[in-house]
Design a protein around this ligand. Sequence first.
Ligand SMILES: Nc1ncnc2c1ncn2[C@@H]1O[C@H](COP(=O)(O)OP(=O)(O)OP(=O)(O)O)[C@@H](O)[C@H]1O
Length: 618
Amino acid sequence: DLAADKSALLSFRSAVGGRTLLWDVKQTSPCNWTGVLCDGGRVTALRLPGETLSGHIPEGIFGNLTQLRTLSLRLNGLTGSLPLDLGSCSDLRRLYLQGNRFSGEIPEVLFSLSNLVRLNLAENEFSGEISSGFKNLTRLKTLYLENNKLSGSLLDLDLSLDQFNVSNNLLNGSIPKSLQKFDSDSFVGTSLCGKPLVVCSNEGTVPSQPISVGNIPGTVEGSEEKKKRKKLSGGAIAGIVIGCVVGLSLIVMILMVLFRKKGNERTRAIDLATIKHHEVEIPGEKAAVEAPENRSYVNEYSPSAVKAVEVNSSGMKKLVFFGNATKVFDLEDLLRASAEVLGKGTFGTAYKAVLDAVTLVAVKRLKDVTMADREFKEKIEVVGAMDHENLVPLRAYYYSGDEKLLVYDFMPMGSLSALLHGNKGAGRPPLNWEVRSGIALGAARGLDYLHSQDPLSSHGNVKSSNILLTNSHDARVSDFGLAQLVSASSTTPNRATGYRAPEVTDPRRVSQKADVYSFGVVLLELLTGKAPSNSVMNEEGMDLARWVHSVAREEWRNEVFDSELMSIETVVSVEEEMAEMLQLGIDCTEQHPDKRPVMVEVVRRIQELRQSGADRVG
Ligand SMILES: Nc1ncnc2c1ncn2[C@@H]1O[C@H](COP(=O)(O)OP(=O)(O)OP(=O)(O)O)[C@@H](O)[C@H]1O
């Protein structure tokens, strides 16, 4: 039971140190302790990577943790042979012990763990032969044994492995047929030879330098990896908070500025060629803030607004709408609307404007647009022409010498960023995999549409705060095309930090491959629950993408996935989908642009993984 689990965990801690493990012994349940995960009233996962554990694990501990499915003790200083009562953990699916100093033979009890899917014993001091007992592990997909002192020949294990590595061991003989599909990296540093191998080292000795853990040049790895991993911090959207504080004054400002040039033209404030005025026609009509046919309307004239306009009159002032059949509101409605600051972004401040009880829009007030009227118009019209169900439509814009406004449909559920990182633990229902993968698919489709318009067309600022959500959690990509409107000075250095592809030095010079990179970071964000923008660098000097790259290669599902997901998703098929999505996120965030998939391929892979998950469920 849970009490026995708890006392086993405490015995474990006192046996192997774990000075950094601040487990509160007074808590009756160990389920909230760092690294501990429970399900159904039992401890099902123990993940303590890089926790400076050291010494020998005695018998009598794992014999009690009988419901364990995941055990990760990687990157510690554990020594001696593996405890034999590990064999009692018959539910164990993932066992990650790499990067310790375990020695002795790989115990036979391990081969009774027939549910094992991932087994990583790499970078230890295991010796002896590779037992035929591995054949019992029929569900095994990953077997990493590299960098040990294993000797003898390699048996045909007859397993359908996806990942396999025995490099840098004292093995000799030939490579069995079933393992010949793996490339030479899996066998390098041994005396094994086999037909498909291009490289076959015959040194028969273990190189003194172990092969690096990660696959990214320049990534902090090896002994550095052994440092304690600090969780990348999550966070709410600072912009909203700041915005709310200064909101009122900004709204007053915007009202003043917009009315400045109204003057005698007030009845022609709107581009009459593009707008049909509709006197109050909304009552009874549902607030259609998301659908393309959303309705807004022209209100009666506001005397207070006239005053503002008269005082400030000069220059041109038109609220220009996109779309032929769109019924619209006019500038006065916008200015009279009660408004609240949604947040401050790279390109300016966003406001929510409530035109009436049922009509809401989001208004973005751009800063640093130095572009002339004509050029601005040309560019914004390209943006306005974009029409896809996974894009937030740009409804209208306003351009004057020193004021540029963009009017969008208001998205009631806010952004993916807010959904993932805001209000966590404050009663928000957990975000399950179906919803997350659906959001990924929708956003990918939106981006694919943008990319399909022209080989040079790209979003330029893909991130989770620009993926907005409808009430039914459908994703809509926002803010496309804005990067090209603003001047270089406004592209602050931290813009989209964590999302920006390594090759992007000038944020205005965006590309489709850079979008794919940023989208890959969003995928990793969905999977890990970690906010890239708030965790630019972790303790080891890595951003989210690099961090995932460094750990995911070794541990597909262990450390990277959001604990919220791991606690609500118990179906194995979901884990498979998550692993496939993780691989996609990794592919998208490849350092080299040419190695990244194109967006249409990304959409296809998400569709497929969702479909195969649905098929597995039946
Ligand atoms: N149409 C909209 N409906 C609802 N919320 C929106 C809308 N547009 C923007 N927001 C929200 O307003 C806030 C500010 O958005 P804004 O786009 O100005 O900045 P950002 O997305 O944080 O950064 P950037 O300017 O780099 O895109 C964000 O939280 C965003 O999710």
